[in-house]
Design a protein around this ligand. Structure first.
Ligand SMILES: Cc1cc2nc3c(=O)[nH]c(=O)nc-3n(C[C@H](O)[C@H](O)[C@H](O)COP(=O)(O)O)c2cc1C
Length: 333
C-alpha cells in the first residue's frame, strides 16, 4: 500500500510533489540540477555554499549559487557559523534569484565541524537559534533547515532543534536519519525522524538511504514524513526523483529511460559541464558522473578506467559513444 503525499507549502513556494534532490557538494551543481528538474522533481537544492566565501563573492561561490530559470523553485544551501555572515550570504542569494534558503546543520565533514558549522551546530542549540533568527530576519524568502538526528547516539536532539526552528520561523525541516558521529555508516533511522515530525507542525522531509521504491515507501511509513529527499540514489540516475514522483502518484514503477535516451542525456550533461565550468575543470568534474551513468552495464569497469585517464576533453564524447553504441546494437538485435 503506497503512502500518498500531498503538496507542501514552504511559505509562498508550493512544492507540488515533495520529492527533493539532496544538496551534495561536488554533485548538485547547476547542470545536474537542471537535468533532475527537467526529468521531474519537486525541488532541487544547491551544493552547500560557505557563507564566508559567498559574501566575499569568490568565483567558486558565485558559480555554486548560479541558477537557471527552469530549475525553479530552487533552494540555495548555506553553511557557516557566524549569524551576521550567514544573514548577509542569504540576502545575496535572495538578490541572485534563489526561491528558498536552506541552512546546513547536518554536514559531518571535519573541515566544516571544526569551524563549528554544519552538524557541530547541533551541539550548541543557543547558537543554532541565533543563526536561524539572523537568516530568517535577513530575507523575505522562506528559510528551511537540514539537520541530522543529533551529534551522537546519546545526544539525538533533532526534535529540540526542530522546535527552535519552528519557533523562529523556519518553514520546512529535512532530517538525515543518522547522527554526526555515524558519518555515512550504519543505516538511516527513519523511525527517529517520526519524533521530529511529532515535535512540530512544520513539513518534515525524511532523508538517508532512499535509493529504490521500497525504501521510499518504508521511509515514509516509518517516519510519517511529508516527503522524501534523495541524494546518492540519484548518482547516474537524474530521472530517479521523477520515477519516485510518479510512483507516489500512481503506484506505477516506471522503468529507466531506454539506453539510447540515456546516451543522449550523458552527452548533453557532459556539454553542460563544459559550459558551466569551462572545458578543463568541467571535464574533470564530469568524470564521476560519466562513471555513475554506466554502473551495472557490461564492460563498465574498463570504460570508467579509460574515462578517468582522458586528458583532452574533446576526446570524451567519442569514448562515451564507443562504449554505448555496441550495447545499443546488441539490445536492438
Ligand atoms: C558527496 C556528498 C556531498 C554532500 N554534500 C552535502 C551538502 O553540501 N549539504 C548537505 O546538507 N548535505 C550534503 N550531503 C548529505 C546529503 O545531502 C544527504 O543528507 C546524505 O547523503 C544522505 O542521503 P542519501 O542516503 O540519499 O545520499 C552530501 C552527501 C554526499 C554523499
Amino acid at each position: 500500500m503506497i503512502r500518498t503525499v500531498r503538496p507542501i507549502e514552504v511559505g509562498p513556494v508550493r512544492i507540488e510533489d515533495p520529492v527533493i534532490l539532496a544538496p551534495m557538494s561536488g554533485v548538485t551543481d547547476m547542470p545536474f540540477r537542471r537535468l533532475v528538474k527537467r526529468a521531474g522533481a519537486g525541488l532541487v537544492v544547491s551544493e552547500m555554499i560557505a557563507s564566508e566565501a559567498m559574501i566575499r563573492e569568490t568565483r567558486q561561490s558565485i558559480l555554486m549559487a548560479k541558477n537557471a530559470p527552469e530549475e525553479f523553485p530552487m533552494s540555495v544551501q548555506l553553511a557557516g557559523c557566524e549569524p551576521r555572515v550567514m544573514a548577509e550570504a542569504a540576502k545575496l542569494n535572495e538578490d541572485r534569484g534563489a526561491a528558498i534558503i536552506d541552512i546546513n546543520m547536518g554536514c559531518p565533514v571535519k573541515k566544516v565541524v571544526n569551524g563549528e558549522a554544519g552538524s557541530a551546530l547541533m551541539r550548541d542549540l543557543d547558537h543554532a537559534r541565533r543563526i536561524l533568527e539572523a537568516v530568517v530576519g535577513a530575507v523575505s524568502l522562506p528559510v528551511t533547515l537540514k539537520m541530522r538526528t543529533g551529534w551522537d547516539h546519546a545526544n539525538r536532539n533533532a526534535p529540540e532543534l526542530a522546535r527552535i526552528a519552528e519557533d523562529v520561523g523556519i518553514r520546512m525541516l529535512t532530517v538525515h536519519g543518522r547522527t554526526r558521529c555515524q558519518l555515512y555508516n550504519g543505516h538511516a533511522d527513519w523511525k527517529f525522524v517520526a519524533r521530529v515530525k511529532e515535535a512540530v507542525r512544520l513539513p518534515v522531509i525524511v532523508n538517508g538511504d532512499i535509493d529504490c521504491f521500497e525504501a521510499v515507501e518504508r521511509a515514509l511509513e516509518e517516519s510519517g514524513a511529508d516527503g522524501v529527499m534523495i541524494g546518492r540514489g540519484c548518482y547516474g540516475r537524474p530521472w530517479f526523483p521523477a520515477q519516485v514522483m510518479h510512483y507516489l502518484r500512481t503506484g506505477e514503477r516506471l522503468p529507466d529511460p531506454p539506453l539510447a535516451t540515456q546516451l543522449a542525456l550523458v552527452l548533453e550533461h557532459y556539454g553542460m559541464m563544459l559550459d558551466h565550468y569551462g572545458p578543463a575543470q568541467g571535464s574533470r568534474i564530469a568524470r564521476k558522473h560519466l562513471a555513475w551513468y554506466t554502473k551495472g552495464l557490461p564492460g563498465s569497469a574498463d570504460y570508467r578506467a579509460r574515462i578517468m585517464r582522458i586528458e583532452d576533453h574533446r576526446a570524451v564524447p567519442d569514448e562515451v559513444r564507443r562504449f554505448y553504441e555496441p550495447l545499443l546494437e546488441r539490445r536492438a538485435a
